[in-house]
Design a protein around this ligand. Structure first.
Ligand code: SF4
Length: 515
C-alpha cells in the first residue's frame, strides 16, 4: 500500500505506518528496529472479530489486550505517534486508520500465523520477514528440502551446530545431544514444597488492568478465573520472570520435568512461553540466559539442555512445520477421530478422573497446564477416545495462555493426536494409566478408577481406551515399528472383547460428561 507522502502538507498525514500485531510487542524486531519516530506512526488493532472467534480464557484476553496497551504506551514514550484502536476486524481497523491518517505506506512484520499473513498480503501491506524466531520458515524449508522425513532431533542438532549453543567445536557439550533420559525422574514428596518455595512473579494490578473492560465487546464468550498478575504484560515483567527462572528455578528444571503432583501447577517449569509468544522476550536472550547459567556453574547440563531443546528445537521446529505444511494441515484427521470435545474439558461436567480433574483445574485457574499434563493427560485421553483433532485444537487455543494458531495446530495435529499421520511424531503419544501413575505423585492411588484394570466399572479409562485404541487403529498403526511391542502385547490379551465393550461405554460416558 503506497499512497504518496504528505498529500495536503499536513504533518500528521503521510507518515509511514508500521502495523504492530498483538504478538509482536518487541521494539527490537524487524518492523520497528531503526525506525525514526518522527516519520513513523504505529497502528495497533484490537479486533472484535478475533475476540469473538472462540471461547477464550479470561486471562488470555487480559494478557494480550493489556500487553498491547502497555506496549502502545511504551512506543509513545519512545516518541512514536500511536493509533491503538478497537475495530470490528483487522481489515476495518486498517481502513479507519487510513481514512484518519492517509499514510504514505503501511509496513508490517510478517505475522506468525498463515491466515494473518494472507490477510495482510490481501490488503497490500508491505511485509518484512518475521525475526521473532531464530530460524525463519523459509530457511526451515531449505533445510528440509531433499531430506525426506525430518525429525525435530535432526532439526535441533542442525540448529545447535549453526548457533554454537552448548557446543564444543562440532560436538555437543557433555558428549550427548539430548539428555531427555535424565529428565524423567518420577516425583517425590519433596518436589512440590521445594518448587513452591520459589513462587511465580506476581504483578500488582494497576490502571491498565482495571480499565480492560473498556476495550472489550460485551458479548465475549469467556471462561476461567480472572487475571491475578501471574502473566507478564510488559517487557519489564517478562525480564523479571526470566531472571526468576534462570537464577532460581532452572537448576531444578531438568530431573522432574515430566512429573505431576496434584495442585502443584507450575513445579519447576519456566512459565515463560506466554512472554516469548507475545514478543516480550526474544528466544535468543532466553537461550543465552539459560546457557550462561550452565557456563557459570549455576545449573546442571540436563536442565539447561532440556530447556534449550524446548526453545531452540521444538518451538522453532513446530513453527517451520506449520508454515510449510499444506493449507489443509489444520483439518487433518488421519485416525478418523469423530468424538466431540469432552464436557469435562470445558468445565461443563465434573470428572472422577483425578489426573484430568487436576489438569483442568490448572487450566481454569491459570490458563496453563504443563507439557506432560497437556500431552500425556489431556491430548492422550482425546487421542485414545477418538476426539476430533480440530475440536481439540480450538479448545486448547482458547484455553492456554501461550496458545496461538502457529503453536497449537502443529502441537495438536502433529504431536498430541497424531492427526497428521506421522509428519511431526514418529508414533502416537498415548499411554494407559501406568505411565500417569509412574509420573504422578498422587493422581492414581486416591482415584475412583484402578489404573491396573482394563475392564469393569472401576477400570482406569486410560488403560481401557489404550488397548481399544490400538485395536481400532490397527490398519493405520499396526505396521509402525515404534509401537510393535504394544501390538505384540495386544495380541496376547485374552479379554479383548470385554475391553471393546467397556471402551464403548467409556467413550459414551466421556462425551456424556459422566466419567
Ligand atoms: Fe487418571 Fe486412571 Fe490414574 Fe485415575 S487411575 S488418575 S483416571 S490414570
Amino acid at each position: 500500500m503506497d499512497r504518496g507522502r504528505d498529500p495536503d502538507g499536513d504533518p500528521d498525514r503521510g507518515l509511514t505506518t508500521v502495523w504492530v500485531w498483538g504478538d509482536q510487542l518487541d521494539l527490537r524486531s524487524a518492523h520497528l528496529r531503526g525506525r525514526d519516530p518522527g516519520s513513523t506512526r504505529v497502528l495497533m488493532v484490537v479486533s472484535e472479530r478475533k475476540l469473538g472467534e472462540r471461547r477464550w480464557h479470561r486471562q488470555k484476553v487480559h494478557l494480550v489486550v493489556t500487553a498491547m496497551r502497555r506496549f502502545a504506551d511504551r512506543l509513545t514514550e519512545e516518541g512514536f505517534a500511536v493509533d491503538l484502536r478497537r475495530a470490528p476486524s483487522m481489515r476495518a481497523g486498517l481502513a479507519a486508520h487510513v481514512d484518519a491518517f492517509d499514510p504514505s505506506e503501511v509496513v508490517a512484520m510478517e505475522p506468525a500465523s498463515r491466515t494473518g499473513t494472507s490477510t495482510l498480503e490481501g490488503l497490500g501491506v508491505r511485509l518484512v520477514d518475521n525475526d521473532h524466531f531464530l530460524c525463519h520458515w523459509s530457511e526451515f524449508a531449505t533445510f528440509r528440502a531433499g531430506r525426506g522425513r525430518t525429525t525435530m532431533e535432526d532439526f535441533y542438532r542442525w540448529r545447535r551446530r549453526s548457533t554454537g549453543w552448548l557446543m564444543e567445536g562440532e560436538e555437543p557439550v557433555g558428549g550427548r545431544w539430548n539428555l531427555d533420559a535424565d529428565n524423567r525422574e518420577p516425583p517425590d514428596a519433596a518436589l512440590a514444597p521445594t518448587a513452591a518455595a520459589d513462587p511465580p512473579v506476581i504483578d500488582a494490578p494497576d490502571g491498565f488492568d482495571a480499565s480492560l473492560d473498556d476495550w472489550l465487546p460485551e458479548d465475549l464468550r469467556l471462561f476461567g478465573d480472572g487475571h491475578d498478575g501471574t502473566w507478564a504484560t510488559s517487557r519489564e515483567g517478562a525480564l523479571a520472570r526470566l531472571e526468576r527462572f534462570t537464577t532460581r528455578v532452572l537448576p531444578r528444571f531438568g530431573d522432574h520435568q515430566d512429573a505431576m503432583v496434584t495442585g502443584a501447577w507450575h513445579l519447576n517449569h519456566s512459565l515463560l512461553s506466554h512472554a516469548l509468544n507475545l514478543g516480550l522476550l526474544h528466544p535468543r536472550e532466553v537461550i543465552e540466559a539459560a546457557v550462561a547459567a550452565h557456563t557459570d556453574g549455576r545449573a546442571p547440563l540436563n536442565a539447561v539442555e532440556g530447556f534449550v531443546r524446548q526453545v531452540l528445537g521444538w518451538r522453532e521446529f513446530l513453527w517451520g512445520v506449520y508454515r510449510t505444511a499444506d493449507a489443509g494441515y489444520a483439518q487433518r484427521n488421519a485416525l478418523d477421530a469423530q468424538e466431540p470435545l469432552p464436557p469435562a474439558f470445558t468445565g461443563a461436567a465434573p470428572t472422577a478422573m483425578r489426573c484430568v480433574d487436576d489438569s483442568i483445574t490448572s487450566v481454569r485457574q491459570h490458563a496453563y497446564a504443563h507439557h506432560i499434563q497437556r500431552l500425556m493427560v489431556l491430548a492422550n485421553l482425546a487421542t485414545l477416545a477418538g476426539v476430533r483433532p480440530d475440536a481439540m485444537t480450538d479448545w486448547m487455543h482458547g484455553s492456554f495462555i501461550d496458545a496461538y494458531d502457529w503453536v497449537m495446530v502443529p502441537n495438536v495435529i502433529g504431536m498430541g493426536t497424531f492427526a497428521d499421520g506421522g509428519e511431526v511424531a514418529t508414533k502416537p503419544y498415548v499411554s494407559g494409566g501406568a505411565y500417569i501413575d509412574r509420573m504422578s505423585l498422587d493422581y492414581c492411588r486416591p482415584c475412583r478408577y484402578d489404573r491396573t484394570k482394563r475392564t469393569g466399572e472401576d477400570a482406569c479409562p486410560f488403560t481401557t481406551l489404550y488397548w481399544d485404541f490400538l485395536d481400532r487403529n490397527r490398519a493405520t498403526l499396526g505396521a509402525n515399528h515404534r509401537i510393535g511391542r504394544a501390538y505384540a502385547n495386544l495380541d496376547r490379551l485374552s479379554d479383548l472383547d470385554e475391553v471393546r465393550t467397556r471402551a464403548a461405554q467409556v467413550r459414551s460416558m466421556l462425551s456424556d460428561g459422566t466419567l
